[in-house]
Design a protein around this ligand. Structure first.
Ligand SMILES: Nc1ncnc2c1ncn2[C@@H]1O[C@H](COP(=O)(O)OP(=O)(O)O)[C@@H](O)[C@H]1O
Ligand SMILES: [Mg+2]
Length: 141
């Protein structure tokens, strides 16, 4: 099987007013096509940091992240916290990405409404995030 992800000697350090936090300390692993991988560890061990680096949301400090086949830009992950804007309806939250890119068309909007239906959220499209459960908010994401 082909490798679809190679991580070599990955380091990530965060700097803040209190000093330096080593979030990832020399991590290396490979993932093969079709493999199902779980990253397990105590709170604060660097799991979210790793996913953020893989998805290009955070810069690595050093090391290599190689996607031999798939385009990194197409990767995404389910964030622990929903990042919905409380003052926008569910539909408007879903349309925000298109809106900022100036890409809202009637077809695009209909597709979003159809996807909300697929995820069992059709009746909530005009509601605000505060009226959704945690799982429902994650489905909106
Ligand atoms: N933006 C940040 N600024 C400073 N330190 C951070 C930041 N994000 C995470 N950390 C620190 O990096 C370490 C790893 O965090 P994280 O990747 O969130 O762990 P996990 O997801 O495994 O709970 C922790 O010590 C955390 O406090
Ligand atoms: Mg985490």
């Amino acid at each position: 099987m082909n490798d679809i992800l190679i991580v070599n000697n990955l380091y990530k350090t965060y700097h803040n007013l209190e000093g330096e936090t080593i979030a990832i300390d020399n991590l290396s692993f490979k993932v093969k096509d079709g493999e199902f991988i779980a990253i397990v560890g105590p709170s604060g061990c660097g799991k979210s940091t790793l996913l953020s680096i893989l998805c290009n949301l955070e810069d690595k400090t050093s090391g290599e992240v190689i996607f031999p086949i798939k385009d990194k830009q197409k990767l995404g992950y389910m964030l622990q916290q929903d990042c919905l804007f409380p003052w926008l309806t569910i539909l408007d939250n879903c349309l925000l990405g298109l809106k900022v890119q100036n890409k809202i068309t009637k077809e695009a909007k209909n597709r979003v409404i159809k996807l909300l239906d697929t995820y069992g959220l059709k009746d909530f499209k005009n509601k605000y995030p505060s009226s959704l459960s945690g799982g429902m908010k994650q489905r909106v994401l």
